[in-house]
Design a binder for this molecule. Structure first.
Ligand SMILES: NC(=O)c1ccc[n+]([C@@H]2O[C@H](COP(=O)([O-])OP(=O)(O)OC[C@H]3O[C@@H](n4cnc5c(N)ncnc54)[C@H](O)[C@@H]3O)[C@@H](O)[C@H]2O)c1
Ligand SMILES: O=P(O)(O)OC[C@H](O)CO
Length: 311
């Protein structure tokens, strides 16, 4: 049994709290909207699980620091995003703020509605701290939630983060009724793009072929349970981005991730043709049809993935 505090009472925070509670752990949820204060909520926690939107992670890390988080507390991050100011992943933000705490990433094909319905699912917990991995695995593993471990936290969270951009593109593809061939091509060609970014940011290639990479890519591109997919689907039907996000009423991280990714790709010369079309579409400078043409009309080239390609 562990004392677990989940930060964030949104869809994923609630699901992660329920999973830990069902396994017999002592669980509390903290939300920025109260009622408990952060220092009290984390004071006795063995494990703190952060499941808030990316936009709040850097500030939350600062608040946790001010709350004097114990250095023995395991910090688990379940957010899928990149910091707009620094391009850091959540685990990097927590590592920079808490150099002595064990940091664990939890990421995989985990659409919260299916998890809440107790359908079978698997995920990855990733860390360089083996004891912390075992502890978090024990807290979450159940008959319906199978937990694999990985030594590559950055790879695990980048798989979950970058697939959101692809899910927007696939939502467009389905919204335009482009067919199964187009969707297969899009998802497959997204993999070298994710690998290029991942390798650039220090991830291990094989992580992207596991649950937190390919697995999450497939789950998120499968349809309307994904909010990122719904962003693309709505754009393909001529809706404005603001209207789509209003209707969603919850977080579609792929929008912010696309902007951060393109800034990084421009600065550091990483070829990301699919993300680039998504970026133009999100900014409203091209139509969904023009995004498709933009991808199809590029110069012809070998399929082999060159991780060091410059254009
Ligand atoms: N829902 C899923 O299926 C799912 C699955 C895996 C991972 N995730 C990831 O988990 C994260 C949260 O997703 P969600 O589905 O719970 O979103 P959500 O919109 O349902 O909830 C977001 C939560 O973050 C909190 N929050 C936002 N800004 C904050 C701030 N500045 N300070 C403190 N808290 C803040 C909100 O109050 C809310 O509790 C995202 O990064 C998402 O990609 C979601
Ligand atoms: O609803 P989405 O698009 O944020 O996807 C949720 C999870 O990341 C799926 O694993």
């Amino acid at each position: 049994m562990a004392r677990v505090t989940v930060l964030g009472s949104g869809a994923w925070g609630t699901a992660l709290a329920r999973l830990a509670l069902t396994n017999g752990n002592q669980v509390q949820i903290w939300s920025r909207r109260g009622p408990s204060d952060l220092a009290t909520a984390v004071a006795d926690a063995d494990i703190v699980v952060s499941a808030i939107s990316m936009k709040g992670v850097a500030a939350l890390a600062g608040q946790l620091q001010a709350a004097n988080l114990k250095s023995s507390t395991i910090l688990v991050t379940a957010t899928k995003g990149l910091d707009p100011e620094t391009t850091r992943t959540p685990s990097k933000i927590f590592r920079d703020t808490f150099p002595d705490n064990p940091i664990v990433v939890l990421s995989g094909p985990n659409l919260s509605k299916e998890i809440e319905a107790q359908l079978p699912a698997a995920t990855v917990v990733a860390s360089t701290d083996v004891d912390a991995l075992t502890r978090v695995q024990q807290v979450y593993a159940s008959e319906t939630f199978r937990i694999y471990t990985s030594p590559d936290p950055v790879g695990a969270e980048l798989g979950g983060t970058l697939k959101n951009v692809v899910a927007i593109a696939v939502g467009v593809c389905d919204g335009l009724k482009l067919g199964s061939n187009a969707k297969a091509a899009l998802i497959t060609r997204a993999i070298p793009e994710m690998l290029r970014v991942g390798v650039h940011m220090g991830a291990q290639i094989e992580t992207f072929y596991g649950l937190s990479g390919l697995g999450d890519l497939l789950a998120t591109c499968d349809g309307t349970l994904s909010r990122n997919y719904r962003v693309g689907y709505g754009l393909a039907h001529g809706k404005k981005l603001d209207q789509i996000l209003d209707e969603l009423g919850s977080t579609a991280e792929g929008v912010n991730t696309t902007h951060v990714l393109i800034d990084m790709a421009n600065r550091e010369g990483i070829p990301v043709p699919i993300a680039r079309q998504v970026h133009r579409l999100l900014r409203g400078v091209i139509t969904p049809q023009e995004a498709v043409e933009g991808l199809m009309e590029r110069e012809l080239k070998p399929e082999a993935c060159d991780l060091n390609a410059r254009n």
